[in-house]
Ligand binder design. Structure first.
Ligand SMILES: [Zn+2]
Length: 675
């Protein structure tokens, strides 16, 4: 087992290198190469993608149903169906027949569309007839609600001049179209965008959440333009960009620091959605400085408030200046919106870094935000979290329970979490502009899509990735067909071995680019990707020299005994606290890793149906650690990580580390201690 000590700053360097690389190489034999980004000369011939004058997208989303999740990912969808997404109407007061989205009178804001956006996609992915019928029952009312001038949805939102809930509903409509081809969607969206187009400037995104989130609306406008080619949509897009809050300038600023409670730019969910908005408009403006602004802002926020494993930043409602340590939570809504932004930017730029970032959140942070049975979730998940209790004895912006697992309490997240896994699943494979296929994000699945001149191919992806270091692809096609197959090389990978039909493929396949195999594919062709992820001890200089442990796509946390205690809810929908039953205040022994490796892999086993549970952890590491008595709780909250090297007492112990997504209680940022 290789073992490396890596300063956190080097991880950033890998991202930078991947952003620079864009030329095509020919490092291997004639049929293998490496590219920074798949070419984007002319649009894909088989799937709707950017029409002129929009910039050609290197990656194109396949229609829902093309990617079929398998293995642990399918399990998440099935658990969602049987848990808080499929059965949310049993417990949500926003999904009753008295909802304004059903009655078309009275109130109906973001909650129902939040839920439907994920519920509908879940229905299509699982091919569940009853769920599809329920989706259509809600969409039917949306169609029915459309006024002569194009407005749709509950009258109250119109009265308040609030386009935000409709932005979410547009996404549900787009998925419905992708799944059914129902052309009423195109007609309805055209008329609705005419309504937006004719709004006086001061009434278009006048303020509040909608102003920060106008990029969502913009993305839907391009979606429709790519299907109808209506020129007015580009004029509307320009106006929407002008009327949306400015996300090109730095998100964090001294003025906003002073006004952090009020600043909508400091709201975690707004950042997760809004930061990508210049990247969406780049497709029309072709001004690369907009893409640079997106990357700059991502880094600014993560470097200041994301000094922790899991790909998130601390914003327990808003970013709070000075509250930048690993105890600060990230809202579940922020996770799923961040992932969706990464998936969107991946299509627009083709840059593998966005896939790395989507995987990091999906594999490490998102699973821990929910109970393993997906029947309850919490509002805030933190990289260091020692008690998921229902007390208010935590230092967060909001008061009351925020970290206990509850089916009821977290109004937005309860509904919005629904689209996290389905959207992730839909973006695993994408079509490329040159009529090939790209394995962009890895998880067990199969994909069926048109390539080359229109031949259908199916690629089966077998792996328990991220819990396995190997991915096996098998091609099925009716006749031999020539097309390029792009394989993302994850940014964390020093080198990837690629084997084609038993023969090693020549070349250097380092992370942050794509391997491309251009050949005539035949039925039964097999490609194997093998990773050899080292265990890395990552240092966080800005957390007073604290350390975290990473291996490939997974971050690891101290295994803390979990005592689950029901404190409310019903037998069917219990609300639970999770309390620690074993000590947590350990520092990791660092020092001379080559001579005396502190962390090592001790066991691995096949991923269970639900691998994101403490006792099901498919990979377990062991680390040498010592207790740090001065590190204590503050109320029910973990204290700040002591400066490293911290004063340790007692003997060196062997502690277990598990993937942080498997742990509901965790220490993933440790003080370093001496042997
Ligand atoms: Zn939320």
């Amino acid at each position: 087992m290789r073992f490396l000590v890596v300063p956190a700053i080097l991880l950033g360097l890998a991202f930078l290198l991947s952003a620079i690389g864009s030329s095509e190489g020919s490092l291997g034999p004639p049929d293998a190469g490496v590219v920074g980004v798949p070419p984007a000369a002319v649009p894909n011939a088989h799937y709707p993608s950017n029409r002129p004058p929009l910039a050609v997208s290197p990656l194109v989303k396949l229609p829902i149903g093309a990617v079929e999740p398998r293995g642990w990912l399918l399990a998440q969808l099935q658990l969602m169906r049987d848990g808080f997404t499929g059965r949310l109407a049993e417990i949500s007061r926003f999904l009753g027949d008295d909802s304004g989205w059903m009655t078309l009178k009275g109130q109906g804001w973001e909650e129902m569309p939040y839920w439907l956006k994920g519920y509908g996609d879940l229905a299509y992915l699982l091919r569940d007839a009853a769920m599809r019928k329920e989706t259509e029952r809600w969409l039917q009312q949306a169609f029915k609600s459309q006024a002569r001038d194009g407005y749709f949805g509950p009258a109250d939102n119109r009265g308040a001049n609030d386009l935000w809930p409709n932005m979410v509903m547009l996404s549900a409509l787009q998925s419905f179209y992708e799944a059914t081809g129902d052309r009423r969607v195109l007609a309805m969206m055209s008329r609705y965008f005419q309504y937006e187009f004719h709004l006086p400037a001061e009434e278009l995104l006048p303020g509040s959440w909608q102003k920060l989130r106008g990029g969502e609306n913009l993305e839907s406008v391009y979606w429709l333009y790519n299907r109808t080619g209506d020129g007015f949509l580009l004029d509307l897009a320009r106006r929407l960009f002008e009327r949306t809050s400015d996300w090109t300038s730095p998100i964090l600023s001294p003025a906003r620091d002073k006004n952090w409670v009020e600043s909508s730019y400091y709201h975690g969910v707004n950042i997760a959605m809004g930061f990508r908005e210049p990247g969406i408009y780049y497709q029309q403006s072709r001004d690369r400085s907009l893409l640079e602004a997106v990357e700059r802002n991502y880094r600014q926020v993560l470097e200041r408030y994301g000094r922790q494993p899991g790909g998130m930043f601390g914003a327990d409602e808003n970013i709070r200046p000075g509250k930048d340590d690993p105890r600060q939570g990230a809202e579940t809504c922020t996770m799923v919106e961040f992932m969706a932004s990464f998936e969107s930017l991946l299509k627009i730029t083709g840059d593998t870094v966005w896939a790395d970032r989507a995987e990091e959140v999906a594999f490490n942070s998102l699973p821990a935000s929910m109970t393993p049975d997906l029947k309850a979730l919490h509002y805030l998940t933190a990289a260091n979290l020692i008690s998921c209790d229902s007390s208010g004895e935590h230092d967060f912006q909001n008061t009351g329970t925020l970290v206990s697992y509850d089916p009821w309490s977290y109004r937005c997240c309860q509904h919005n979490v629904a689209f996290g896994w389905p959207f992730f699943a839909e973006h695993l494979w994408m079509a490329t502009a040159d009529n090939g296929l790209a394995a962009a994000i890895y998880a067990p699945c199969s994909v069926t899509a048109k390539v080359a001149e229109g031949a259908a191919v199916t690629v089966t992806e077998e792996s328990a990735y991220p819990f396995e270091d190997e991915i096996r692809l098998t091609v099925a096609c009716e006749r031999p067909v020539a097309f390029p197959l792009y394989l993302r090389l994850p940014g964390w990978a020093r080198t990837v071995r690629i084997v084609l039909n038993g023969e090693p493929v020549g070349g250097t396949f380092a992370g942050g680019r794509y391997a491309v195999l251009r050949r005539t594919w035949r039925y039964g062709d097999q490609v194997r990707l093998a990773f050899d992820p080292p265990i890395e001890v990552v240092e966080w200089p800005s957390v007073r020299g604290a350390v975290s442990v990473r291996r490939g796509p997974l971050w690891y946390a101290l295994k803390i005994g979990e005592t689950w205690r029901r404190y409310g809810g019903t037998d069917t929908w219990p609300a639970s606290e999770v309390l620690p039953s074993t000590p947590w205040n350990y520092g990791l022994v660092t020092g001379n890793p080559e001579a005396n490796p502190s962390v090592r892999l001790v066991s691995r086993r096949p991923a269970e149906f639900q691998p994101f549970a403490l006792d099901a952890a498919p990979i377990v590491l062991r680390a040498r650690a010592r207790r740090v008595p001065s590190w204590t709780a503050e109320g029910r909250m973990v204290g700040p990580v002591p400066a490293s090297p911290a004063r340790a007492e007692g003997p060196v112990e062997d502690v277990e580390l598990v993937p942080m997504g498997c742990a509901r209680l965790r220490i993933s940022v440790f003080p370093a201690v001496k042997d």
